[in-house]
Design a binder for this molecule. Structure first.
Ligand code: ADP
Length: 272
């Protein structure tokens, strides 16, 4: 091997092969769990698909693979064709792949140790027959630790990252870490989404900023990255994701659905 040239393993070739027909890869991360990362990933991917873009959604949140539930695919079974995993079709032709499809028992926690876990994730990323896609949205595990780092290194073609945060100071502190993380792995930050940003009382119409508001935008300005928009707290988001129909389909006129669609447009404009 020539000096200085990186060794290319069989795995790298397979990975390259499986990502070759994907035009754009958008990674969705958050500094911590529970801020709405999977909600944003699923609504963003569905908004792309509703625009007629060939879209895939890959759920690598191995400890909380909630995407199948949010898209009504809980009972879906994985097919294998030509030694490749075939993604499951959701509404509007969205192709979905989740670690949850591979787990024998849906409610069982994943207790794999480091190397086994990474081997499974690698195989999962390499062995999916995505076919031709305009966009692949990747729902990452929460946080910016070793696990996120190892996964990011398996997805060499990423165009950029969407950072999901909530407006409290503690969450914003974590989202700053996500931005620093993006810089360390040399993936551009597409922008910050501020989720759970204010609540409008359905009875009196008064707006209450339960977790404050505006912090995501301030963080974006401070860190020199774009701000993509705010998603309000809406009970409809919980009922729609619990019933397996993302809010962009179930209530397209709601404030949150409009915000998701606007954010999807901005992401498309950024990645091309
Ligand atoms: P994460 O992926 O960051 O752990 P989830 O997307 O699973 O977070 O969301 C956690 C919970 O919060 C879910 O029950 C989801 O329906 C709810 N949720 C997310 N965003 C909102 C919102 N804007 N308004 C109301 N509930 C929300």
């Amino acid at each position: 091997m020539a000096k200085g040239r990186p060794m290319i393993s069989e795995g790298d070739l397979k990975l390259d092969e499986s990502l070759k027909k994907i035009k754009h890869v958008v990674i969705v991360i958050s500094g911590k769990g529970g801020v709405g990362k999977s909600t944003v990933s699923s609504n963003l991917a569905m908004a792309f698909a509703m625009k007629g873009l060939r879209t895939g959604l890959m759920d690598v949140d191995i400890h909380g693979p909630n995407i199948p539930k949010m898209l009504g695919l809980e009972d879906a079974h994985m097919m294998i064709e030509n030694d490749k995993l075939v993604p499951v079709d959701a509404a509007h032709g969205l192709k979905v792949m989740s670690m949850a499809f591979l787990l024998p028992e849906k409610d069982a926690p994943v207790a794999w140790r480091g190397p086994i876990k990474m081997g499974a994730i690698r195989q999962f990323i390499e062995d999916v027959a995505w076919g031709d896609l305009d966009h692949l949205v990747v729902d990452m595990p929460p946080g910016t630790g070793d696990e996120a780092l190892s996964i990011i290194q398996l997805i060499p073609k990423a165009d950029g990252m969407v950072v999901v945060t909530t407006p409290q100071d503690v969450a914003l502190l974590d989202s700053r870490k996500s931005i620093v993380f993006g810089a360390s792995v040399k993936i551009p930050i597409i922008g910050i989404v501020e989720n759970m940003s204010g609540f409008v009382c359905p009875h009196c119409g008064e707006r209450v900023d339960i977790f404050k508001t505006g912090g995501g935008e301030n963080t974006a300005t401070e860190m020199g990255v774009p701000f993509l928009g705010r998603i309000p707290i809406e009970p409809g988001i919980v009922t729609s994701s619990d019933s397996g129909i993302p809010v962009v389909i179930s209530s397209p006129d709601s404030e949150s659905a409009k915000a998701f669609i606007d954010i999807a447009d901005k992401v498309i404009r950024t990645v091309g």
